[in-house]
Design a protein around this ligand. Sequence first.
Ligand code: NAD
Length: 703
Amino acid sequence: MTTVDTEQVGGSAHPVEYRVDGRVAVLRIDNPPVNASTARVRAAIISGIARAANAEDITGIVLIGNERAFISGSDLTEFAEPLLPEPQLPEVIAAIEQCPKPVVAALSGMTLGGGLELALGCDARIAAPSAVVGLPEVSLGMIPGAGGTQRLPRLIGIAATIELVCTGTRLTAPQALDAGIVDELCATEEDLLGCALAHASRQETKRILARAPIRPDAVGSVEAAAAEAIRQIGARPRVVAAIGATMLAGAVPGSDALAFERGEFHRLRVGREAQALRHLFFAERAAGRDQRGGDASHINIVGVVGAGTMGIGIARAFLDTGLNVVLLEANRDALESGTQRLQQGYERAITRGQLDETAVRARLATLTTTMIYADLQPCDLIIEAVYEDMNVKQNVLRQVEEVVRADIPVATNTSYLDLDELAASTSDPGRIVGLHFFSPAHATKVLEVVHGTATSEATTATAVALARRMRKTPVVAGAGFGFIGNRIFNAYRQQCELMLEEGAYPRQVDDALEEFGFAMGPFTVADLSGLDIAWRMRQNTAAHRDPHVRYADIADLLCEQGRFGQKAQQGWYRYNAGSTQPLTDRAVEDLIDAESRRKGIARRPFTNREIVRRALLSMANEAALLLADGIAARPSDIDLMMTLGYGFPRHHGGPVFWAAHEDLDTLSAELQQLRQLTGSGYRAGDLTLLTAVPATSRAKAVR
Ligand code: NAD
């Protein structure tokens, strides 16, 4: 192969290189940092195609990206504008389809969204082993807008397209080959260009839309795929539109179907739901940004102290990351039953087909259980998950310090306790950090990293890097009651309980918030996680409670009756044996009525809207306070925490995003009302801190 010509299309500022290799033009797309599609990239591809089409000695064209991505997707910052910059992607694909010479897409790395749609517009797709293909638009509130819903059905059928588009599933290169999305898989990355050149030399033009018929589906499979997508994600507008557009494939002329798809794409792109999901996308990339540069690659052995609910989940999270775990427990029975629960969890994963037996055996082989602190000596990091009690935790940390190396981070999984007080009781507070896992620890996507007043920057940076290594999103919080997540959740729970005193019942509050989009209402959540943890926290903090803030005693009264939730078959609801179905309990409603009477509160009816606004406002207010107190570094961290850790509906973007899109005067007036209802000690935050957003306009990220 001889390169006879190398230059940048349209001048050096352009991110597409035009080369000639034999009789094939090679357009290499290289747009750092992630090879995203921008207007400049699109314009450069169009001019490269035109040049190759007009060159008499050229018989074929190869489009290739860099080692990181063919094209990782469209630059999402372009999507926030009412009008997308020209030229848009359909114009690029039209240029390819009108080109009389074959165009071959050579895929490596990320080939997502518009990147895959571009490849589908070509005559053939050759993949390197690193290639990953997928259409993530639905997870961003939109649908593919450049023919994805029309060209894919011709390769893989309508049912498989609905599944791929609605779930945003990413396929590896071999999976894409099996599915029929790529035509050839080359053996190594280095072979990619050679394979693509060979293809381009012999390839005929084979425009998918014009030539290929829809691949037939088994009877009933399209309906089943649509029903499954709605079951998984809900009948959100983006899901309905994706199904609708895909089902047009083959049913109406291609140009009409493309026009419908494009119209839906634009309509959804500028809608609130897509804005919310883009906000969370950028929030994810901004999280932990201030603590970049940490390294957790040296961590091989982790010590977990406490084999209770959290200790076992945390141990599994580390085993799943490929780390060795030393699990220490003070109580022999607890150690045995905890280890059994860990094994049972893995067995369930095997039954569900998530893991195979070999993988589970390998993971369990890296677990050591012990009751002796000296066995923690080789650990590169320790995390304690013992009872939520300051004395117990201080004792544990003292024993840990006696045996471990002086340079390793020591973490606590405390939910509410004062991290600074805990750290102060150790000989090196700089290495004490909070690693607040959510239950179930191995499955949840977020890890709250708590940076105490004395925690060293290096310790926090290591913790952030460790979270990333565990494929969890790190949200960094300052020390303070409940950090970010539990503090907001506590404020929310408090208002929901006050509404009970004023006239609502648990069922109505849960229904209203579930209708808004929460996976579960606060009372169902409390029953699921157990009422006793928060009860213990309230008992510990009772002495510091402000008498000028109203306090609802109902939860305490339930706990005094042993109504600890699902595990006791009674809490805010009652449960039949073996069932997790919450049933309304007249006894709880009577107790609530009696409390209203005792406090002289005349009960009144609530509307669902009123319940939702008051609950969300209480979260937004606490978010403003967290920002003012410096516990949260940026508004988007709060939204990330609440959507990933507490079931706040992602399509509403989180409590800050919600508040930032409400009328500020109305919200401020409602906050004053809330303060009157809650007591003069209730802290009203500065809501303008929430409207000062958006991380969206600052961050530059792509998909
Ligand atoms: P748990 O009661 O299920 O487990 C605690 C375990 O620690 C018990 O097995 C106990 O025997 C053991 N233990 C007690 N003292 C010990 C000692 N000195 N040395 C070794 N082991 C000791 O509690 P949990 O729900 O797993 O909670 C543990 C911690 O995690 C608490 O700080 C809690 O606030 C926090 N947390 C809990 C949740 C949750 O959903 N349960 C979520 C986040 C954080």
